[in-house]
Design a binder for this molecule. Structure first.
Ligand SMILES: C[S@@+](CC[C@H](N)C(=O)[O-])C[C@H]1O[C@@H](n2cnc3c(N)ncnc32)[C@H](O)[C@@H]1O
Length: 363
């Protein structure tokens, strides 16, 4: 049965709506509104006491759930500075609300709890449960909660699924994955006991189901905008990958151990030179000292931009297939462990390429 999503009137409040969207880009705004409504519906359906947000960042999602929907949220984030920022934004929202709302309108407010914690496959469920009991000052561990995650990167997706399965108190799971290339695999980390991919015994036992770094990386990209530009003949924008490829050659030559590292995102403007691109891409990163040497080599690399567009187009065509394999692996893992699972596209892929939510409840 299709159950409609609960509304959040505070997101339309004349004075308060800006507080939920402070420093939030349109992509994130779209994601957190939709994800919060879905998580609020799960809370209604499962009667949990609170939700735990894995990799909560500065708590944008938690803020809507806590102040908008009145749901208790425990945010787990490994970067202490993000937690400090989250606490400051929460406080600002509360003081703005105190100025512009009647006390009776804020009785449902729940202040999120922000814990600095790095979760991994080594985190013991008993320690995890104890840390959230302490965070909420609860007398015992006789509580129920939901696990949520908006773009938990790399292995954090696998970690939250394992935690869901291993904690009897965890009643539902809602998460949208990201950065599949950061997941550990048997190939990349042979000594690790538990990997991020594959998770299901079905794929673990099939030697043909390994996915390379390159395959997992392309699975994070959506094809819609690229396809629009290709059809409109806006090739200037599509040259960005040939600039990135020329930069990778410099990295591999000068710092070979750092191949495949992330550079800064650079918006490609038509006519952008390689040096413009390179300086912006490495600014403030550990590559800042790199020299864009050998202009002949760079020019020769850039001449191949058409081949790179063709190659990237073919890769992009396969991206949904690779992402489907990763999502099915996660779904099968949860099914194999006795859950009911649903995987659904919930975001506009033009705004938010990683747009599939994996939801589970225990049967
Ligand atoms: C892509 S961001 C998403 C942040 C937030 N959920 C949002 O949508 O704005 C992933 C976050 O997870 C955090 N993170 C990654 N691995 C983690 C781990 N093992 N334990 C705790 N936090 C982690 C990162 O520091 C980062 O803030």
């Amino acid at each position: 049965m299709l159950v409609s999503l609960p509304p959040c009137p505070l997101l339309e409040h004349r004075k308060l709506k800006h507080m939920f969207m402070k420093c939030v880009k349109p992509k994130k705004s779209h994601e957190i509104k939709r994800m919060a409504a879905i998580c609020a519906r799960s809370c209604q359906q499962t009667s949990v006491d609170f939700v735990v947000d894995f990799g909560a960042g500065v708590g944008h999602l938690a803020r809507i759930l806590a102040y908008g929907y009145g749901i208790n949220v425990c945010c787990l984030e490994m970067q202490p500075d993000l937690n400090e920022q989250a606490v400051a934004i929460d406080a600002k929202l509360e003081s703005t609300a105190a100025k512009h709302m009647e006390a009776s309108e804020t009785t449902h407010f729940k202040r999120p709890v922000h814990l600095t914690q790095r979760l991994s496959s080594d985190t013991k469920p008993v320690h995890f449960i104890e840390s959230i009991r302490e965070a909420f000052h609860l007398p015992d561990t006789d509580f129920q909660f939901g696990i949520i995650g908006l773009h938990p990167c790399g292995d954090l997706g696998a970690t939250l699924m394992r935690m869901f399965l291993n904690c009897k108190q965890a009643k539902f799971l809602n998460f949208v994955g990201c950065c599949y290339q950061k997941m550990s695999t048997r190939q990349t980390q042979p000594r690790k006991e538990l990997h991020g991919y594959p998770l299901s015994s079905r794929l673990q036992n099939d030697p043909n189901c390994q996915l390379s770094y390159e395959a997992r990386e392309i699975a994070c990209h959506a094809m819609e905008q690229y396809s629009d530009r290709l059809q409109a003949g806006q090739y200037e924008y599509l040259k960005i990958h040939s600039l990135r490829a020329a930069a990778e050659r410099i990295i591999v030559e000068q710092l070979p151990d750092l191949r495949h590292s992330a550079l800064r995102n650079v918006k490609h403007a038509p006519g952008m030179t390689f040096n413009d691109y390179f300086q912006k891409a490495i600014e403030g990163t550990r590559f800042a000292s790199l020299q864009a040497a050998n202009p002949e080599q760079i020019d020769a690399d850039l001449l191949h931009w058409r081949r790179i567009v063709c190659f990237y187009t073919v890769r992009l065509m396969l991206a949904p297939l690779v992402e489907s394999i990763i999502l099915y692996d996660r779904g099968m893992f949860l099914l194999e462990n006795g859950c009911q699972v649903n995987i659904e596209a919930i975001f506009d892929p033009r705004l938010s390429p990683r747009n599939h939510i994996t939801s589970a409840i225990k049967s």
